[in-house]
Write a protein that binds this ligand. Structure first.
Ligand SMILES: [Zn+2]
Length: 250
C-alpha cells in the first residue's frame, strides 16, 4: 500500500452522465491531453462537451470526483472490450491530468504524487467492484487507432505490483517469425484469435491489415512499451499468448 490513510476526494459534479445498463467490470485510465487540471475539469463538467469521467487526478495528486460511480460517465466514446460495446456502462473512468503526447511522439513522465493517488484510488475501486486484473485498461486498449492515452509513460508494471492490472515480463521469448502488415497466414489468424480472446476488437480474417496493426500498437503501448511499432515481433507474440493464459487464471 502506498497510502497512509483516507483519501481526500473533492467533489465537482458534472452534468454529463446517465444510467448504467451493465455492471462495472472495467477500470479505464486516460490522460486529459490538456494544459491544466482546471481546464480539464471545466471541459469534463461542461454540458456542451458531452464528456466526463468519474475522477480526475491532478499532477500534485489531488483527486476530484465528477460523476458518482453508480452512474455512467462519458469517457470512452466509441469503444469495445471483450464483447462489450457500451464500455461506458461497464466501466469506471479515471482521467490523469497530463499534456499528452508531444508532436514528436514523446511524452512526459507522470509525477510521483499523481501515481501515488492513482494507486490508492484504483485499489479502492478494484476492491469495491471486484474488477479482475485483466479489466484494468487504457483508453487506447478499448479504442485502438483512435486513442493513444494514457500512453506508454504510465508505469503499468508498477501498477500491477500494487494489484492494479495484469503485467508479465517476457522471459522466454518463442523464436517465431515476426508478423507485420499485409501478411496473411495461419499465424496471423492465431494471433487475431488470441487478441480477440484477450478482449481487443479484432476481425478474424487471417489478414494483417491496418486495423490489426492499430491493435498491436495499442497492445505494445500498454504491455511492451519499449518498442511501439505495430509489428508483432516474437516478444510481442509471446506476451499476447502469455497474457491470454494469465487473464484466464485471474
Ligand atoms: Zn481517454
Amino acid at each position: 500500500m502506498s497510502g497512509d490513510g483516507a483519501m481526500h476526494i473533492q467533489q465537482t459534479p458534472s452534468p454529463n452522465f446517465d444510467a448504467r445498463s451493465l455492471p462495472v467490470s472495467l477500470l479505464i485510465l486516460h490522460y486529459t491531453n490538456m494544459d491544466s487540471p482546471e481546464a480539464a475539469v471545466a471541459r469534463l463538467c461542461d454540458r456542451q462537451s458531452k464528456v466526463s469521467a468519474h475522477y480526475l487526478i491532478s499532477q500534485t495528486g489531488e483527486i476530484i470526483q465528477m460523476v458518482d460511480e453508480a452512474s455512467r460517465a462519458w469517457h470512452a466514446g466509441v469503444a469495445f472490450w471483450g464483447g462489450i460495446e457500451d464500455v461506458n456502462s461497464a466501466s469506471i473512468g479515471i482521467e490523469l491530468d497530463h499534456q499528452g503526447h508531444a508532436a514528436d511522439g514523446t511524452m512526459a513522465a507522470y509525477p510521483e504524487a499523481q501515481i501515488a493517488s492513482l494507486i490508492d484510488l484504483s485499489q479502492d475501486i478494484i476492491a469495491r467492484h471486484n474488477i479482475a486484473a485483466a479489466g484494468v485498461l487504457g483508453h487506447s486498449d478499448v479504442a485502438p487507432g483512435r486513442k493513444t492515452d494514457p500512453g506508454e509513460a504510465l508505469d503499468w508494471a508498477r501498477l500491477a505490483g500494487h494489484g492494479i492490472g495484469l503485467w508479465l515480463d517476457a522471459e522466454a521469448v518463442e523464436p517465431v517469425e515476426a508478423l507485420r502488415r499485409d501478411m496473411q497466414n495461419p499465424a496471423v489468424a492465431a494471433l487475431q484469435q488470441a487478441l480477440s480472446a484477450f478482449g481487443y476488437k479484432v476481425a478474424q480474417d487471417g489478414v494483417f491489415g491496418a486495423a490489426l496493426e492499430s491493435v498491436i500498437i495499442s497492445f505494445q503501448r500498454h504491455f511492451r512499451p519499449t518498442r511501439i511499432d505495430g509489428v508483432a515481433d516474437a516478444e510481442t507474440q509471446t506476451l499476447i499468448y502469455a497474457l491470454c493464459r494469465a487473464a484466464r487464471r485471474h
